[in-house]
Write a protein that binds this ligand. Structure first.
Ligand code: CP3
Length: 339
């Protein structure tokens, strides 16, 4: 299959840079809201026909160079027995927060085909419907980021329960991360067997840790997860707030490093060297401004990304108030630019 996205992941030259958006299927699209109005978020994830339909919306509407499966990083925690729900207008909530060694013992090792097989079915449907148009990205959360939600019981600004526990009993937290990684490996393999052509790991909260503690606590389980992915499937690692960790991230077993918007891409490149492909890193808030501003920002980003492989994306997920026309202006600006 000819794909600028996969070629760039492999470090091969292309006629122009590929572009997609984190959270590209979502609430900023009226077409998504129309589907979502009739079903809950978790039901939408668990209904492969509908999940496939919303996965394809940004491919058809924006013309992005890759599709990412519609699902959520938190689904495996639900399968492990943590009791995930999404209240209306609220973030995720866990009925059974994990805060002790006993809580870890009580978690189940799920059969991923029985409990998460609907995600694999979505991958199959999307691959069939795309018929080679663009490749399909599968994904999972990093063990640390999943633990952050599981321990806190939901969203948080500062994750105090998790951080307290990680100081009091780092071994228990590492044990939790190991268990999450084991389940995630099987979950990712299921996605790859179903047809996912690249894998992205989302580490939204890794940046909470100091460099020393990230190495000690978060890195071992993450590395095992990354190493388990078969060689022909490119691995993308996204971290929010990673500027203090670039010297360790450059040594991860990955092909693509995806960074947030805080550090200009040429400075990231200086720190990670020429080999890694970079992904990012427009500020999602820039898409709230006018198309003229967006085009100027894209030009700036493309110039700063010139020193090596570059997949154009945002530095974090697209925001719900983004006008779809602005997302389209972003994609068009990248696709019509010189390489
Ligand atoms: O990118 C895509 O289009 C694919 C689908 C996808 C979703 N979530 C759908 C979703 C992906 C890749 C994710 C990743 C995800 N989920 C992350 C990592 C990336 C990041 O944004 O930091 C995290 C931390 C989550 C956990 C999560 N899911 C939260 C905190 C929330 C509530 C806040 C929010 O943004 O709504 C969700 C819900 C969620 N996941 C929605 C979507 C489309 C909104 C659900 C709705 O329709 O109401």
């Amino acid at each position: 299959m000819h794909s600028r996205f996969l070629q760039t992941c492999r470090g091969e030259p292309t006629d122009r840079r590929p572009v997609w958006l984190m959270r590209q299927a979502g609430r900023y699209l009226p077409e998504y809201r129309a589907v979502r109005d009739k079903t809950s978020f978790l039901e939408l994830c668990a209904t492969p026909e509908l999940a496939a339909k919303v996965t394809l919306q940004p491919v058809d509407l924006l013309g992005v160079d890759a599709a990412i499966i519609f699902a959520d990083i938190l689904l495996p925690l639900d399968a492990m027995g943590a009791g995930l729900s999404f209240a209306k207008g609220d973030g995720p909530r866990f009925e059974h927060p994990i805060r002790s060694r006993e809580d870890i013992q009580a978690l189940v090792r799920p059969d991923v085909h029985a409990s998460l097989g609907y995600v694999f079915e979505t991958v199959r449907l999307v691959r069939a419907e795309l018929n080679g148009r663009v490749p399909v990205i599968g994904f999972a959360g990093s063990p640390w980021t999943l633990a952050a939600y599981a321990v806190e019981g939901g969203v948080s600004q500062a994750f105090p329960e998790l951080l307290r526990w990680s100081y009091e009993d780092p071994q228990a937290v590492r044990q939790l991360l190991d268990l999450i990684a084991e389940v995630s490996v099987e979950y990712l393999h299921g996605q790859i067997e179903a047809g996912a052509q690249a894998i992205q790991i989302f580490d939204t909260w890794g940046g909470l840790l100091s460099a020393r503690r990230w190495r000690e606590i978060a890195l071992p389980a993450l590395s095992r997860m990354l190493e388990s992915i078969p060689g022909e499937v490119p691995r993308i690692f996204y971290m929010r707030g990673s500027a203090h960790l670039l010297d360790v991230l450059r040594t991860l077993p990955i092909e693509v490093l995806s960074v947030d918007w805080r550090m200009p891409l040429d400075e990231v490149r200086q720190q990670v060297g020429p080999e890694l492909v970079l992904q990012g890193n427009l500020d999602p808030c820039a898409l709230l401004a006018s198309p003229d501003v967006i085009r100027a920002e894209v030009e700036e980003l493309l110039a700063r990304g010139r020193g090596g492989g570059h997949i154009v994306n945002l530095g974090h997920g697209i925001l719900p108030p983004t006008p779809p026309a602005n997302a389209k202006a972003f994609v068009d600006a990248v696709q019509s630019a010189a390489p």
